[in-house]
Design a binder for this molecule. Structure first.
Ligand SMILES: [Ca+2]
Ligand SMILES: [Ca+2]
Ligand SMILES: [Ca+2]
Length: 557
């Protein structure tokens, strides 16, 4: 929440003070049910869908006497809860052979001052582009959390984190976030797609994801307003994210790491240290930082409430493990632009996010134009900003991130406002350029013995003639449409449908990998007649005929 001083009046805040400030992201990877939330090294990537659950209904300019929820110049303010919101996933976001390995629904809202509680349930619906898949799941967090206070910080973990607003020991409101595993929902969607005979697993994912049934408040405590000639910007929260980690033959080999920490940073700079990985030479890092309650356009150089009256610049900086403090690299892009006027900062926590589609090298904005915030397009209270930190392509990143580094730091600058980091996802390419599973060289070649899949810019083992004579064996990824399993004479080492370019189609190449009860291949497939279970073990197939004449292949654990 940020005060605007109108005219020359100096008036103290009349709003309740916080005490407990939540947790800080990192340094360890998140854990859920004893499992570290990291994936790899294989052909993995991640994508985060997200959507606000707040709308801007009152758009009158804030003046003394204007109704709560009024808007400031260049800072449109949300004021109304939405019952649901929808993100539309396309083949721009996720490749058409993607299989979701893990997914988490995250929702973050404000606590209703008139009904202090947290809502641990949400509804998630998916409707595919062609309308043939329609699945709804009631998502329930395994526990009900209570927003933490100074006296009782409560249990803060991946599943729930909350921060109470207190006044003289009485809780008057607050903010909280739930994060719930919804991987089974995606398994259901994938199975639907296989039953429907979709050519590839990714096709089942394209369509509309709608989240609803989350208790939301637009109580005036949180809304923008003018009181006695002092303006207060809004501090309400409402929105959701859907974190997905997928495997695909179209993406380079990576490790993916998820970190959580719902904290409140006001008028300060905070270092977030993360660890749990090891950088290769010239690492290519992708990072997505989710922050709640940003506002466009309210950065200031000075404010009486900032330390010594000087506010730290809004923004995000990154630093390597061994590089000096003052060598940090400022992160910015076209959706989160660097601003130089009387003072310098990055317009980072602005309700406008950057994302990269799976094959993109440049960012795309969600939420509109950061240089002209549009009340119709802002994703209110949501920033889910993605940055590419490519040491191969950018010497600044090369100086920071060195082979063997096992940690790094990002620094959040809150300026004169408050921001609420929620989670951070980091991927690191594990294969060097020219290696199998790595990017091709710029001239379209790879190391000896490999060839460049030009369309996807990935080095693969060369294909040789396949001796598969089964004409029905045309499945794209893991033989989902191979209906001739009993008689399949495929003995080739380069079965074109195994999705792994022939590197692992022999049952003896990698010990027990791919065999019954052995570990699945890195692309999630197994030898003929077997399928990869959700526990990454090759199991027997159970073939279910359906009335449409197709069949569904389920794994039996
Ligand atoms: Ca408004
Ligand atoms: Ca609910
Ligand atoms: Ca942003």
């Amino acid at each position: 929440m940020k005060k605007f001083f109108l005219l020359i009046l100096v008036i103290f805040s009349v709003l309740p003070a916080f005490a407990y400030d939540g947790t800080t992201i990192g340094s360890e990877v998140s854990e859920l049910n004893g499992k570290k939330l990291q994936w790899g090294a294989g052909q993995f990537d991640y994508f985060v869908m997200f959507k606000s659950l707040m709308a801007n209904t009152n758009r009158e300019t804030c003046t003394d006497g204007s109704a709560v929820g009024c808007d400031y110049s260049d800072n449109p303010e949300p004021d109304t809860c939405l019952e649901s919101s929808t993100f539309e996933l396309t083949n721009r976001h996720i490749p058409d052979d993607a299989y979701i390995e893990a997914a988490y629904l995250v929702w973050t809202v404000s606590v209703d001052p008139n009904n202090i509680h947290t809502d641990n349930t949400a509804t998630l619906n998916f409707t595919s582009d062609d309308g043939r898949i329609n699945e709804t799941v009631n998502v329930t967090a395994p526990r009900i959390g209570t927003a933490g206070t100074d006296a009782n910080p409560g249990k803060q973990d991946f599943t729930f984190e909350g921060i109470a607003i207190e006044s003289d020991g009485t809780v008057e409101g607050g903010y909280y976030t739930y994060r719930v595993d919804v991987t089974d929902f995606f398994r259901m969607i994938h199975n639907d797609g296989r039953n429907l005979g979709y050519a590839s697993d990714g096709f089942s994912l394209y369509g509309k994801y709608t989240v609803s049934d989350i208790d939301c408040t637009d109580n005036q405590l949180y809304l923008s307003k003018i009181i006695d000639y002092v303006g207060y910007s809004g501090s309400v929260m409402g929105g959701w994210s859907l974190i997905t980690v997928y495997r695909s033959t179209r993406v380079t080999q990576k490790m993916v790491y998820l970190y959580n920490g719902f904290g409140r940073f006001c008028k300060q700079e905070v270092n977030i240290g993360i660890s749990g990985f090891e950088f290769p030479d010239k690492p290519k890092i992708k990072m997505t930082f989710a922050v709640n309650e940003g506002d466009p356009g309210i950065a200031v150089a000075t404010d009486n409430d900032c330390p010594d009256g000087v506010c730290p610049p809004e923004g995000l900086r990154a630093k390597g493990e061994k590089t000096p403090e003052d060598s940090e690299v400022f992160l910015f892009n076209s959706c989160n632009p660097a601003v130089n006027k009387n003072y310098s900062y990055t317009e980072m926590y602005n309700g406008i996010s950057s994302f990269y589609g799976w094959d993109d090298q440049i960012e795309t904005c969600i939420g509109g134009d950061p240089n002209a915030p549009n009340p119709d397009t802002l994703e209110y209270t949501m920033d889910v900003d993605t940055f590419l930190l490519d040491a191969e392509a950018n010497e600044f990143f090369n100086e920071q991130f060195r082979k063997g580094d096992t940690s790094m730091t990002i620094k959040v600058g809150a300026n004169g406002d408050c921001v609420y980091p929620n989670f951070l996802i980091v991927s690191v390419d594990t294969q060097k350029r020219g290696e199998a599973g790595g990017e091709c060289y710029e001239n379209g070649t790879c190391n000896e013995g490999l060839e460049c899949d030009i369309g996807h810019n990935i080095c693969i083992e060369p294909e040789t003639d396949d001796t598969d004579t089964d004409i029905s064996d045309t499945g794209s990824d893991d033989d989902t449409s191979d209906t001739g399993s009993g008689n399949d004479t495929d003995s080739g080492t380069t079965d074109p449908d195994d999705g792994n370019a022939g590197s692992s189609d022999s049952s003896h190449e990698k010990g027990n990998m791919g065999e019954l009860n052995g570990e699945c291949y890195p692309n999630g497939t197994c030898n003929e007649g077997l399928a990869c279970s959700k526990n990454n073990v090759c199991t027997k197939l159970l073939v279910l005929k359906n009335s449409g004449g197709g069949c569904s292949l389920l794994t039996v654990d």
